[in-house]
Design a protein around this ligand. Sequence first.
Ligand code: NAP
Length: 245
Amino acid sequence: MGLSIADIVAVSDDLSAAGVWTRHPDKVTSAPLPSSAYIGDDIAGLAAVSDVIIDFSLPAGTEQVVDAAAKAGVPLVSGVSGLSDAQAALLKSAATRIPVVYDRNMSQGVAVLTRLVADASAALGPEFSIRIDETHHVHKKDAPSGTALKLGEAAAAARGLDFTEAKHFDDESSPQPGQIEFQVERRGKVPGDHSVMLVSDSERLTLSHSVASRDVFARGAVTAARWIVGKPAGFYTMEDVLFGE
Ligand SMILES: NC(=O)c1ccc[n+]([C@@H]2O[C@H](COP(=O)([O-])OP(=O)(O)OC[C@H]3O[C@@H](n4cnc5c(N)ncnc54)[C@H](OP(=O)(O)O)[C@@H]3O)[C@@H](O)[C@H]2O)c1
């Protein structure tokens, strides 16, 4: 993801990479960075010379990024998925001091899909059961995906349900009425397919999204980075970036 973002920034006239935070500077040699760019592990120093930070590290690394962004007062765009409750709380706490865009799926299409799923779940009554299917490549570690959970949370919120109680992951038992069913498939190199079905006895509505290239997440993150500069402190998602809320 870091290399994809560097590629996009390199061809954007309005952006310049201040640097890359990395434990392995040798790995970054193929990135198209300006000669002035910092490459190293001093995240506080890099934050101090940046207008915005984009974080696509892993949960184990992200706490340092959030801390540095909050201390330097620099807006943060984070796409790190699989955060623990404590890490998510840290991000929310930072958002009281700086603007933060956090999303488990940075694509524009999923931002719109989330809105559609919420609208459909609210408009179609409880006689419509909800099922979320996701397919990803065989190397993906978390299941269901962060995006599937995000869609389920949106559906539950739209119906006034507690997501923790409404979710149904166990594919060995049948979901109870009112529960939101998740089906997970791991296959080949699939970058990410999600579909949400609302089914009654007499009709079925399917909303779906398919990723053709992971570059879409990098593009979304760069769009969010442009959007967030100058915004007040707060916790934002890609829906805010897209729908201007
Ligand atoms: N929100 C979205 O739309 C979206 C889309 C795709 C991916 N993601 C998420 O984005 C993240 C990156 O994905 P990826 O595919 O680019 O993964 P990746 O290739 O494994 O890259 C992870 C990066 O984080 C660094 N890192 C890991 N642990 C660290 C630590 N403790 N301290 C400092 N740096 C650390 C790694 O550096 P080293 O090389 O030093 O290990 C590597 O550069 C993941 O959390 C993934 O779930 C989100």
